[in-house]
Each structure stands twice: as C-alpha cells, then as structure tokens.
Design a protein. Structure first.
Length: 119
C-alpha cells in the first residue's frame, strides 16, 4: 500500500490550497479515507474523513466550513480542499486509509506534504 500526498506549499493567510493523495490500494474504492495533520511541536490531529463512496464526510471543528474532503475513485485519489487558510493551519498533512470510522483511525499512512500559511 502506498499513499502519495502532494499539493502542499506556502500560501498567504486567506488563501486556498488543494491537497491530493494518490493511493495504490487495490481496495481504494471500498476504503474510508482520512486526512490528518501535525504541526511543529504538536501531536498529529484529525482533519477530515470521507467514506468509501463519498456519501459521508466529517471534519474537525477547527476546519469545518473551510476545508472539504472529496474523492475520485476512478483515479484512486482523495482530496483536501482548504480555503480561508490561517497561520494555525501550518502543518504537515497526511492522508491515511482508515481502519475505523470513529474515532478515525489510520492504518496506512502517506509521507505527508507540508503546508505553510504566512500571516
């Protein structure tokens, strides 16, 4: 299983980024997926999740209304659209295959992509 996250970079506060996570998972279209992040000096935290067919999503309180998770099963890719970014969103963002919906628990992890939001 390989998860390749991309799309991170430097953006000004108020800007937007879209992260992508390409998965080489044979069962991707039947897998629930999640996004997590880890800021410097902090523990990894949940950001958002999406079920296998995209019908259900859930987001952390800190990003609700600003971030959205969606997927394209034909491309084996899950996305994290981030709008109205804040400096406190600065972190390494990881995608994961979820072994458990709640609490969201990752079982396979990508390498992460760095998002830096300047004030």
């Amino acid at each position: 299983v390989q998860l390749q996250a991309s799309g991170g970079g430097l953006v000004q506060a108020g800007g937007s980024l879209r992260l992508s996570c390409a998965a080489s998972v044979r069962t991707f279209s039947r897998s629930n997926m999640g996004w997590f992040r880890q800021a410097p000096g902090k523990e990894r935290e949940f950001v958002g999740q999406i079920d296998w067919n995209g019908d259900n999503t859930r987001s952390a309180d800190s990003v609700r209304g600003r971030f959205a998770v969606f997927r394209d099963n034909a491309k084996n890719t899950v996305y994290l659209q981030m709008n109205s970014l804040k400096p406190e969103d600065t972190a390494v963002y990881y995608c994961a295959v979820l072994s458990k919906w709640y609490p969201p628990t990752g079982t396979y992890w990508g390498q992460g992509t760095l998002v830096t939001v300047s004030s």
